[in-house]
Design a protein around this ligand. Structure first.
Ligand SMILES: Cc1cc2nc3c(=O)[nH]c(=O)nc-3n(C[C@H](O)[C@H](O)[C@H](O)COP(=O)(O)O)c2cc1C
Length: 188
């Protein structure tokens, strides 16, 4: 347990451009997603779902990103378009986390979206505990309506982000953290 606490104290993202093979295999990914789905979920609504990108699907989705990038940026360069096409190839596995809010008399949208955010964090923690590198990214494509259509998102669905899973080319160093004392107050 002490080891797990130390892992939480030291957890760091590995930036996607520092990622390498291998990523989690099918069993490891299942385990990560099982852990992800253990987040607090008021009313057991499961207000989230996963979209997995691996293998050639990453290249195919990169083409979708590249075409949309060109549409939005007619003056773009071939270098930038190639960067967009390669985004999902930075990691062997990318998990898209979708928030799907349902109408409920007692449980507001805010709580359901928070639960979906917690799913992303659980993925990061589970992946770290299994020795994988991970990063939660939204970039531009999480917010684009046309990309949402190509992801077949329903009206009540939004991307919470994409969690990239891989091995690290090199371990990340420490980075400056907020001063905890500045963030804590006692209610009196
Ligand atoms: C919802 C959300 C979206 C994020 N999107 C991006 C992003 O698009 N690009 C980026 O460089 N970092 C993004 N980040 C930050 C990284 O996930 C990561 O936290 C950051 O690289 C700092 O690393 P650390 O987790 O080790 O502190 C996002 C974080 C969150 C919570």
């Amino acid at each position: 347990m002490e080891e797990f606490l130390e892992l939480l104290e030291k957890r760091r993202s590995v930036v996607a451009k520092e990622m390498a093979q291998p990523g989690p295999d099918a069993d490891q990914l299942q385990r990560i997603l099982r852990i992800a789905a253990r987040v607090p979920d008021h009313g057991k609504l499961a207000p989230w779902r996963f979209i997995i990108f691996s293998g050639e699907a990453r290249t195919a989705f990169g083409q979708v990103l590249a075409r949309r990038h060109e549409e939005l940026n007619p003056e773009t360069t071939p270098e930038q378009t190639a960067l967009e096409a390669g985004r999902f190839e930075r990691a062997p596995v990318v998990v898209g986390v979708v928030s799907r809010v349902v109408e409920h008399v007692k449980i507001p949208e805010w709580e359901q979206v928070l639960s979906a955010g917690a799913v992303c964090q659980n993925i990061l923690v589970a992946a770290s505990a299994m020795g994988f590198a991970s990063q939660w990214l939204t970039e531009w494509y999480s917010y684009d309506g046309e990309i949402a259509k190509s992801l077949k998102l329903a009206e009540n669905e939004r991307m919470v982000g994409f969690v990239y899973l891989a091995s690290a080319m090199s371990p990340p160093g420490e980075r400056a953290r907020p001063v905890l004392e500045d963030l804590i107050s006692e209610w009196r």
